[in-house]
Every structure is written in C-alpha cells, then in structure tokens.
Write a new protein. Structure first.
Length: 208
C-alpha cells in the first residue's frame, strides 16, 4: 500500500505468450511494456518453454516467476490482480479455443476469467494466410471482439503472412502494437470494432 511519500505501484500487466515463431524473442514484449510503466507478469504456454524460450530469460527481464501451469491450493506463486493483459504471439489454436470457452490450460483459464471480468485484453495474432482464411478463425476473432477483446488483425496491425514466410514475419513482429492497445490513455481500446456482434462492445473496466 502506497503512503503519501511513496509512489503508487505500477499497474500489473499479464503477458500471455503462446508457442509461435515470435515467442523466441518475447523478452522484447516485456521490455516494451516496462518502458510504458507496466509491472509485467508472464504466463507462457507449455510449448513456449519446451521449444522456444527458456523461462529464466523472461524471469530475469520481468523480475517475476513465469507461470505455465495451475498450482496446488495454498502453493506459492500466485499472481497479483491484473489491470490489463496482452496475448502475443496468439496462435490459431489459442484464439479458437479461447473463443469457444475452452479453459484446459492455465493460459486459457486465465483468459476466460479476464474476459468475463471485462479486464482490457489486447491480442496480437501470428498466423499464416491459410489459417487466417479459415471460417472458424474468422468466427473466433469476431466472437472475441464482441466480448470487447482488442484483436489486432488487419491492415496496420498484424497481417497474415504467406506460406513459408514465417521466419521473416516473426522477425518483424510488431510487439509495441499490442502494448499500445491496452494503454488507458489511448482511445483505441474504447473504439467499436467493425463487424462485432450487434455492433457493440462491452465497456472495459480500467482500475481506479
């Protein structure tokens, strides 16, 4: 608790990292958020820590343990309450399962809870053109946008890459866009997305 002579604690940002090419440089996401004043706590899927990036790297940059799995009741390692969250890179699998309400991993369970609580969430996908053309994916993106989730997909945001161009797309992955998407001083999070269900979005709740 901050006193009159103590600065307020920085707001907590959950950064949820999924197993796709850009995950190997996810420390850049943490650093970008820290520059904007966030206290960053990382949640990584099991694929990330098994194949893309050692959790120790993210722990050193963020200053906090990286969560990958559920914990036993009473076990240490709980997370502070989040003011906002970002998901990057967000995979085809994660976006579809999240939109369908599936919560069979710690990352998905956390996203389901954040969505229901109307916590601001920004999503930066990483999919190729074939995945992005799938009607299931389109429905999932629209469903999440209808819940008020800011999915950064389209011109000026993340543009799906051609088959075989994944490494090049990962190298230029625009981490900063998803951090900007949840900044409470920017109007973008409050804007109605074209094509959302009913043309409405649930209001985001910003911490006092």
């Amino acid at each position: 608790m901050s006193g009159p002579d103590q600065p307020a604690a920085p707001p907590v940002l959950y950064t949820i990292v999924c197993g796709a090419g850009p995950a190997s440089s996810a420390h850049r996401l943490v650093e970008c958020a820290q520059r904007q004043g966030w206290d960053v706590w990382v949640i990584a899927t099991r694929v990330v820590v098994d194949y893309f990036l050692a959790p120790g790297i993210l722990e050193r940059v963020s200053g906090h343990p990286v969560r990958t799995d559920f914990r036993s009741p009473g076990a240490p390692g709980g997370l502070p309450r989040a003011a906002a969250a970002v998901v990057a890179p967000a995979t085809y699998n994660t976006i579809n399962k999240w939109a369908a309400g599936i919560a069979d991993t710690f990352a998905l369970s956390t996203l389901a809870e954040l969505t229901g609580a109307s916590v601001p969430v920004g999503v930066l996908p990483f999919v190729n053109e074939a995945f992005a053309a799938n009607r299931v994916f389109h429905r999932s993106v629209e469903a999440l946008r209808g819940e008020g989730v800011r999915v950064l997909l389209g011109p000026g945001q993340f543009v799906p890459y051609a088959a075989g161009a994944g490494e090049e797309a990962a190298a230029r992955f625009p981490w900063n866009l998803v951090v900007d998407a949840v900044r409470p001083d920017l109007p973008s999070i409050h804007r109605v997305e074209a094509g959302t269900h009913g043309g409405k979005r649930r209001p985001q709740r910003w911490p006092e």
